[in-house]
Design a protein around this ligand. Structure first.
Ligand code: S3P
Length: 429
């Protein structure tokens, strides 16, 4: 992808369906015995992997325009796959499905691309084993490929105090807990995204949740209902920040998911002085949704405390773009988890942003950015390490270049936002 500097972005931006909710909608609908229509499903590489894996498990799934139709089978009717379940680059697919596959009565093997097979999987393998599951992983049970000998009858509910605030880990254990004997309780240090809780509740599971604490009991039947997937705030983030840093910009985003366990970026940007307005707030399928308007703003530096990181975890790269144009020193604390994402994001952000002239560094699990509204962005070829969020953050930063920036391997953007380049081209002036 080649980017030249632009003056502003304007108009209505079409943000695709939420990635986290799309994965969950396909997976959880498969566990019902109903036909579920999922409107505005995100047909991105990651969410397509979830569909393909579910099909290999015998679930009937059809695409109909921008909708997905899932013919739920119930857990007992999933079938043994003929081959390895390939999850590509998708952490949500592998971690959530691990929980479910422990409750089947067959063998399955989950594997992914080079990045996935090097990311930590002991965070799901260890607690699943504590529930009694027969699950193994490469490198002494630390990584994928993951091998699972499904056996529902040995799964026992348990109380977990886990040391990482990860929605993928929590969701994996909740999905295993849905089929385990007794109650499964998960307590995390900070609140992580609660889409699984909301969807299971919407489908009638025996679940309760309050902040950092989630409890689930074995549930006989889930009642499938149709779902509308709101726009993904993690994808909207790129356009919101672009509108704040480019003079004369003003954009509108409709039907955006604004779940409070996901929206700390909006709070952080508002603390920086961003003009962001939320309108028409409503609840759709147990998820908060609204319309958003944002426009060019004079930004000032802020400090983001560690406790908020799970609620802005995927937006740190684009927050760093805003910080680069905010007067003063922005500090983002407690970012250790960024090392375990699609790339080591601390290293990707600091090396690539510095190449473009941003004053950025990492120290003691904090990112420090010295920003200025007058920052001049350089040019050259950037590497995104196969990480969609790094590629899109670099693209937005490059809108301020005086020359040309080339982003190598930018196809990885299709993991979450296949129409990114198209929407950007349409919006620039
Ligand atoms: C996700 C949870 C987060 C996030 C990822 C999607 C989810 O990962 O970074 O992009 O859908 O549950 P962690 O659970 O590893 O923090």
């Amino acid at each position: 992808m080649e980017i030249s500097g632009v003056n502003s972005i304007k108009g209505q931006i079409k943000i695709p369906g939420d990635k986290s909710i799309s994965h969950r909608s396909a997976i959880i609908s498969s566990l019902t015995s109903d036909r579920v229509v999922i409107k505005n499903y995100l047909f991105s590489e990651d969410c397509i992997r979830t569909i393909e894996v579910l099909k290999m498990l015998g679930v009937g799934i059809e695409k109909f325009e921008s909708n997905l139709v899932v013919h739920g089978k119930g857990i007992n009717k999933l079938k043994e796959p003929d081959d390895i379940l390939y999850v590509g680059n998708s952490g949500t697919t592998i971690r959530l499905l691990s929980g479910i596959l422990c409750a089947t009565d067959f063998l399955s093997i989950l594997s992914g691309d080079k990045s996935i097979n090097n990311r930590p999987m002991d965070r799901v393998i260890n607690p699943l084993r504590e529930m009694g599951a027969s699950v193994f992983g490469k490198d002494n049970n630390k990584k994928a490929p993951i091998v699972i000998f499904g056996n529902r009858s040995i799964l026992k509910g348990k109380k977990f105090n886990i040391n990482v605030s990860s929605a993928q880990v929590k969701s994996c254990l909740m999905l295993a807990g849905l089929f385990a004997d007794g109650e499964t309780e998960i307590i995390q240090p900070q609140i992580s995204r609660d889409h699984t809780e909301r969807m299971l509740e919407y489908f009638g599971a025996d679940i309760s949740y309050d902040g950092k604490n989630t409890k689930i009991k074995s549930t006989k039947t889930l009642k499938g209902k149709n779902i509308y997937i709101p726009g993904d705030i993690s994808s909207a983030a790129y356009f919101i920040v672009a509108s704040l840093i480019l003079k004369g910009s003003k954009i509108l985003i409709k039907d955006l998911g604004i779940n409070s366990t996901r929206n700390y970026l909006l709070t952080a940007l508002k603390n920086m002085g961003a003009k962001i307005e939320i309108k028409n707030e409503r609840i759709i399928n147990n998820e908060p949704v609204a319309d958003l308007e944002s426009s060019f703003s004079k930004l000032k530096a802020i400090t983001v405390e560690s406790k908020f990181i799970p609620n802005i975890i995927d937006e740190i790269p684009i927050l760093c773009v805003a910080a680069a144009f905010a007067d003063g020193k922005t500090i983002i604390k407690g970012i250790g988890e960024l090392r375990f994402k699609e790339s080591d994001r601390i290293s990707s952000i600091t090396t690539q942003f510095s190449k473009l002239g941003v004053d950025i560094g990492a120290k003691d699990d904090a990112l420090i950015i010295r920003g200025s509204k007058d920052l001049k962005i350089g040019e050259g070829s950037m590497e995104c390490s196969g990480d969609h969020r790094i590629a899109m953050a670099l693209a937005i930063l490059s809108l301020k270049t005086k020359g040309k920036v080339k982003i190598l391997d930018s196809e990885c953007i299709s993991a979450s936002f296949p129409s990114f380049k198209y929407e950007l081209k349409k919006a620039v002036y």
